[in-house]
Design a protein around this ligand. Structure first.
Ligand SMILES: O=C(O)COc1ccc(-c2c[nH]c(CNC(=O)Nc3ncc(Sc4ccccn4)s3)n2)cc1
Length: 313
């Protein structure tokens, strides 16, 4: 497609898969890239050695461009940046912090840098720091989130910066893609929908918990710690809410949450693990190959654009 994002990243469709910690492995990233989107490996809190293994595996699975997401709360960020440069990864997205100090080093290695931003202020700072684009992620998203909705955040960032804006948060089908483009975005990033891709390696119980989720099941915990995270309701969130209600310390809350994403993703413990997912979970009804997800979404875009043209003429 002749689209700003497709031309920037050399991809067929303006669809990026979210680089979710523990969830976005090489298998998922390669399948999304093979299908014409941009697959992203989620570095999460993993050390450089693990990230390098994932990059090498993705290179075996696809010749198409793929990226790596750097989670800026990780203790291994410096090491991961060096591995990404050494492995000549095409694109880096970043989350949960300000990547400003890494951008010039990544650009020197001819790597595109696309930070996730939850606010206009950070989007403007990223433009000043020469980011190639920004992902404006609304609070509807799963995992670590900001406070503004996608509907409110995206147009304000589009008006505030001149670099391309990608919309994320609460987007799960062709209607969401059209809405994002209407708000001025050049493409979308989706996380929760791709967790339900066949190639995603999370435990089946995690995927099925998303399929069973209703519109109000994706709730926010941890606001009191300064690191709000959106997850699906379960026993863990009830424990978390009890502790937050009784003014537990940030350390106690941190202790409760540590390692819980892995428990859900690897062990399939959907009751006591952290089942990170966005508010769009209630819209997702099936597990499909990544190629089928992307083709279905692009068909919905075409069909709904015709419907819109009809209504608006
Ligand atoms: O430095 C500042 O000005 C603050 O900057 C930022 C603040 C927030 C963000 C932000 C919001 N959303 C994203 C992208 N999404 C994400 O990063 N989602 C994530 N999900 C799970 C993650 S691992 C984690 C992290 C915290 C607690 C528990 N686990 S990271 N980035 C980006 C920058």
């Amino acid at each position: 497609m002749d689209n700003v994002l497709c031309n920037l990243l050399n991809i067929q469709y303006p669809i990026i898969q979210g680089g979710m910690a523990w969830v976005a492995t090489a298998e998922l990233a390669a399948a999304v890239s093979e299908a014409g989107g941009l697959g992203i490996i989620g570095a999460g809190n993993a050390p450089g050695t693990i990230v390098r293994e994932q990059i090498k595996k993705a290179k075996e699975l696809t010749d198409k461009p793929f990226g790596v997401n750097i989670m800026l709360l990780s203790p291994f960020v410096e090491d991961v940046v060096e591995v990404i440069i050494d492995e000549k990864v095409a694109v880096v997205t970043t989350g949960a912090g300000n990547p400003g100090k890494y951008i010039s080093r990544l650009h020197k290695a001819d790597i595109k840098v696309i930070p996730v931003v939850p606010s206009v202020a950070l989007a403007k700072r990223m433009e000043r720091d020469h980011a190639d684009a920004v992902i404006a992620e609304g609070t509807e998203a799963g995992g670590h989130i900001g406070e503004l909705t996608t509907m409110a955040l995206v147009p304000q960032i589009v008006d505030a910066v001149s670099i391309p804006v990608i919309a994320a948060g609460g987007i799960g089908d062709g209607r969401g893609v059209i809405a994002a483009l209407a708000l001025g975005a050049v493409g979308v990033q989706m996380g929760t929908r791709f967790i339900c891709a066949e190639e995603c390696t999370v435990h089946d119980r995690y995927k099925n918990y998303i399929l069973k989720a209703k519109d109000r099941d994706a709730i926010v915990t941890g606001r009191s710690t300064g690191h709000p995270v959106r997850v699906l309701k379960n026993k863990l969130t009830k424990q978390y809410e009890f502790l937050e209600k009784h003014q537990a310390s940030a350390e106690e809350l941190e202790k409760l949450g540590t390692g819980k994403l892995k428990n859900a993703v690897i062990d399939g413990d959907i009751e006591n693990g952290s089942v990170m997912a966005g508010q769009i979970a209630g819209l997702i009804t099936k597990i499909q190959p990544a190629k089928e997800i992307i083709e279905e979404i692009m068909n919905e875009v075409q069909k709904n654009m015709q419907r819109l043209n009809f209504i608006l003429k």
